[in-house]
Design a protein around this ligand. Structure first.
Ligand code: SF4
Length: 136
């Protein structure tokens, strides 16, 4: 599969271009983010997390940008970003079929953009990590 993220100058998956969404976070991810920001877990969740159904998601700005997305700069918490962000676009529902992969490519310029081949082993690894993240 061919993929290479276009980086901060893109940000299409973090900004509100696609409309509202969810960035699911586990307790461990919230603790990691809180630690990086030198906040208690309570302070962090009150400021940056919302309950969505069975899970927890980072909040969005009014324009649906992820709360940590900085236009033209990218993710403000990149090194501590949630698993969902690390494993994209190698999510089960995207790689399950060529049709889904090609549909996702219409929204992510990094998919199929060049000859950067991601090996089957790496794709499987990312899928495995994503499946274990234990969020909705
Ligand atoms: S939409 Fe794709 S290319 Fe753009 S920032 Fe997200 S992963 Fe990278």
């Amino acid at each position: 599969m061919h993929f290479r993220c276009k980086g901060p100058e893109c940000g299409d998956c973090c900004s509100g271009k696609r409309g509202p969404g969810a960035v699911w976070v586990t307790l461990a991810e919230m603790e990691r983010l809180a630690g990086v920001m030198k906040l208690t877990l309570d302070q962090f969740t009150k400021r940056y997390v919302r309950r969505m159904g069975e899970g927890f998601s980072l909040i969005e700005r009014a324009n649906y940008d992820c709360i940590f997305y900085v236009p033209d700069k990218g993710c403000a918490v990149y090194d501590a970003r949630p698993t969902q962000c690390r494993t994209y676009p190698f999510w089960g529902r995207i790689v399950v079929s060529r049709e889904n992969w090609e549909r996702e490519a219409l929204q992510c310029p990094g998919i199929n953009a060049d000859e950067t081949l991601v090996s089957a082993t790496e794709v499987r690894l990312q899928l495995d990590i994503d499946e274990k993240r234990n969020t909705p």
